[in-house]
Design a protein around this ligand. Sequence first.
Ligand code: PBG
Length: 338
Amino acid sequence: MNDRTNLVDRITGHRRMRRNRKADWTRRLVQENRLTVDDLIWPIFIVPGSNIVQPIDAMPGVNRMSIDTAVEAVKEAADLGIPAIATFPNIDLSLRDETGSNSLAADNLINQATRAFKKAVPEIGVITDVALDPFTSHGHDGILRDGEIVNDETVETIARAAVGQADAGADIIAPSDMMDGRIGAIRQALDAAGHQNVGIMAYATKFASGFYGPYREAIGTGGLLKGDKKTYYIDPANGTEAIRDAALDVEEGADMLMVKPGLPYLDICWRMKEAFGLPVFAYQVSGEYSQVKAAAANGWIDGEKVMLETLLAFKRAGCDGILSYFAIEVARILAKGR
Ligand code: PBG
């Protein structure tokens, strides 16, 4: 008889959580959530030109690619089983203006890229953003008039841009601009143009976050942006407002919902999944990616372990999938069966 065992058994009443953790095989048996390649959406950055692979300083391991090199990368993604990519353009400064007019050009960089991907890799889903920030000279997501991002005129523009993106072959339109009424307007415009099968993934709850910094370097808006985006993105303090905002997107016809950024907003992921039952995605944004890479580069954390842990956390929080710059790296690891 061992007195210490008796003491613990008296305290725990023989309930011992560690029995299920005792071996690799028990841990595998009781594992509640799993990350698979089917959960991944890979965001990529496109630049004009050819044969270009341009590292992004603030996002170690992520490159801007010209369409031809991106096609090869997207082929690899498809071969690994990644279901979809999300594309973001970094267009010439000379093409950016006050109203983001290049977003409406049928042959703009993003539409050229979509055509190339759909032609070369038809089995992968292409998700495009209609926010105006890559196209405006001021880096805001909408049209700027007298110091204000005007809502309704912006919505008209992005609904037209959405039709152009669908014409180019985009499978899902994902508006990240947070204008009011945009989901309904995009749905109507798509349907009127015969694009009933093109879906909408609403950036339903996009927060006015500090985590977007490296992305702005990636698409070249970092130096352009004047002021902040607080008049259209959600205050990080507000969870209930976020759910209300998502509810409007659901009413207006969103097929899928997204939470952005990801890890600091897992409560919102969970609440959205509970509230609507629609597929919910998290966008693990640039700053989330870069902080893992930076800490790993310093030897402060095990980068691969933390990367996988963050992605699994999204699954536990109820997400159906994750947009992540880690997608290709993770897909390679998953393919090796680890
Ligand atoms: C703007 C947009 C942002 C991101 C994608 N589209 C935010 C912003 O620049 O304000 C961020 C993505 C990331 O940080 O990875 N429409």
